[in-house]
Design a protein around this ligand. Structure first.
Ligand SMILES: [Zn+2]
Length: 75
């Protein structure tokens, strides 16, 4: 007998091609919260994960557009 709980719910990953340009900038920079240093970004990520347990792990990255730091979901 199959146990439904053991059936992995796998959603196909849609890997959209990344277009560099204005849309890329909007999604990876202007639409995101900006931090002035990686420590602030990490602190905010830790806060998010404690406030919203469903928040996926996030990594900070230096932004090539604004020179600040943003958070991205890590894999
Ligand atoms: Zn930026």
């Amino acid at each position: 007998m199959l146990n439904a709980a053991n059936t992995m719910k796998k959603r196909p990953r849609t890997d959209k091609p990344v277009f560099r340009g204005l849309d890329h900038e909007r999604r990876s920079c202007t639409a995101k919260k900006r931090f002035s240093n990686p420590g602030a970004a990490r602190t905010h990520a830790a806060y998010l994960r404690s406030a919203y347990p469903d928040t996926p792990p996030m990594t900070e990255y230096g932004c090539e557009f604004c020179g600040g730091w943003h958070l991205a979901k890590s894999h």
